[in-house]
Design a protein around this ligand. Structure first.
Ligand SMILES: [Mg+2]
Length: 155
């Protein structure tokens, strides 16, 4: 059945740009491994702190070396500028606010969950431990955010 293999329209054309904002190197490696495992055509850019992420995002424009991400995976606890502050900036920026931002953190404190949704996070997930559960989460994120959800065009 050829149709079953056709790429759904909701998937961004070509390479999927993912920005991972994560200071923990072990978690960066898990994410890289998980993305490789699910074989989604992607380009992963990693920012190890909130300031670097903000600089990268401020440079997104046509022709720039770093393209506007299709998805942002954002840790909350980060050096220099934390994930809450970065989330607030992203969601206040008309050029960036439509990008799905998934908070991925070890904290599941209710106040963090509430604060993240109040700042318009698109989803909040607990950072998995170990490669198998990381792969399952990345697979679920890909299936929903990049294959099922119809996303608005960039502003
Ligand atoms: Mg962290």
């Amino acid at each position: 059945m050829a149709l079953a293999n056709a790429a759904p329209e909701s998937r961004p054309a070509g390479m999927i740009e993912i920005l991972l904002v994560e200071d923990n190197l072990a978690d960066v490696r898990l994410a890289q491994e998980a993305l490789k495992e699910i074989r989604a055509p992607h380009r992963l850019t990693v920012a190890r702190d909130g300031v670097v992420a903000e600089e990268l995002l401020s440079e997104t424009r046509p022709g720039a070396a770093f393209s506007r991400p299709d998805l942002i995976l954002l840790d909350l606890n980060l050096p220099r500028k934390d994930g809450r502050e970065l989330l607030e900036k992203i969601k206040a920026d008309p050029r960036l606010r439509r990008i799905p931002v998934i908070i991925m953190t070890t904290s599941c404190a209710q106040e963090d969950v509430v604060a993240a949704y109040d700042l318009n996070a698109n989803a909040f997930v607990r950072k998995p431990m170990g490669v198998d559960s990381f792969v399952e989460l990345i697979r679920a994120i890909d299936a929903f955010w990049l294959r099922s959800a119809v996303l608005p065009p960039p502003e």
